[in-house]
Design a protein around this ligand. Structure first.
Ligand code: F6P
Length: 330
């Protein structure tokens, strides 16, 4: 027989998990959810390894001290995983039964698009959820900002600035591949602010001869002695592009793939602040019994949207924005 609930029904048992690619600021978000909820008399349970941990019952009660000394740390102390098992109906049902075993009243899921989709599946199976956007790609359609994006941008421009030093010393072209499997936000916004001559993103097709060879030769004829080309991993391979550029232009060219460097590092002020306020917003939603919501940052302020509707919202980099920023590449 189900144990009589002796807990005060006004108080919730809240599970917190991080899922998908880690992002700097995730720890700050976990900390805010935990402390925000504890301050309102709720209990908080950490779920290790994302949805996989929920499915396996890798769950433990947290307190205020659990989340001490983490706001400045990259990564996620709850760890993360990309769980194929969870995506099956059986996996969802197992996760639901685990929520019952641990008497979890709601789940706060912190992560990217895949995390939001998993949260929606959980909500459809009857588990109240709140989703917090966290991915360095910043490609979640319902929000202008995802936790981790600012730190990744700063990591990338610091690296590109360093590469410019050696490119100028050797009169070389430096091709820098940044993350962004399907989205070019990192490439576009680091390329523009690092002063790249060429920026390639998955959203915009390019012509190798016209957009790259012609541009670099014109720059050389104008007196430039080094060149930065920033390419999103979803646009093309930086290594292959470097070989083609050197062969087509005769400019000595080297490739650097920033890769997972962009996922690490101590979160910037912006990511700590966004993560902390998004975490508190998630607690507010639970407090007000507004379940199955996505925390979003829209037009300069936080709001929460119905999760299913939020997942329908798509965003992309529009040509006008690209043209606007293109005015800076001379
Ligand atoms: O989604 C964030 C991201 O860092 C992408 O930019 C990148 O392509 C992907 O994760 C890498 O995924 P994984 O960590 O599973 O290799």
């Amino acid at each position: 027989m189900e144990r009589e609930r002796t807990r005060n029904s006004a108080h919730l048992n809240i599970g917190v998990l991080t899922s998908g690619g880690d992002a700097p600021g995730m720890n700050a978000a976990i900390r805010a959810v935990t402390r925000g909820a504890l301050n309102h008399g709720h209990k908080v349970f950490g779920i290790r390894r994302g949805y996989h941990g929920l499915w396996r019952g890798d769950i433990y009660e947290m307190n205020s001290r659990t989340v001490s000394e983490i706001i400045h740390k990259g990564g996620t102390f709850l760890m993360t995983a990309r769980s194929k098992t969870f995506e099956t109906p059986e996996g969802i049902q197992k996760a639901v039964s685990m929520c019952k075993v641990f008497e979890l009243d709601a789940i706060v899921a912190i992560g990217g698009d895949g995390t939001f989709k998993g949260a929606l599946e959980l909500s459809r199976a009857g588990i109240p959820v709140i989703a917090i956007p966290a991915t360095i790609d910043n490609d979640i359609g319902c929000t202008d900002y995802s936790i981790g994006y600012d730190t990744a941008l700063n990591t990338a421009i610091e690296a590109i600035d360093k590469l410019r030093d050696t490119a100028s010393s050797h009169e070389r072209c430096s091709v820098v591949e940044v993350m962004g499997r399907h989205a070019g936000y990192i490439a576009l916004n680091t390329g523009v602010t690092a002063g790249a001559e060429v920026i390639l993103i998955p959203e915009v097709d390019f012509d190798f001869e016209k957009d790259i060879v012609h541009t670099l030769i014109e720059d050389r004829n104008a007196g430039k002695n080094h060149y930065i080309v920033v390419v999103a991993e979803g646009a093309t391979s930086g290594l292959e592009l470097a070989k083609r550029i050197e062969s087509a232009t005769g400019i000595e060219t080297r490739a650097t793939t920033l890769g997972y460097l962009q996922r690490g590092g101590s979160p910037t002020w912006r990511d700590r602040f966004m993560a902390s306020t998004m975490g508190l917003s998630a607690v507010d939603c639970l407090e007000e019994k507004r379940f199955n919501r996505a925390i979003c940052f829209k037009d300069g302020h936080l709001e929460d949207l119905d999760l299913e509707a939020a997942l329908q919202i798509k965003k992309t980099i529009d040509d006008d924005y690209v043209a606007y920023l293109d005015r800076l590449t001379m």
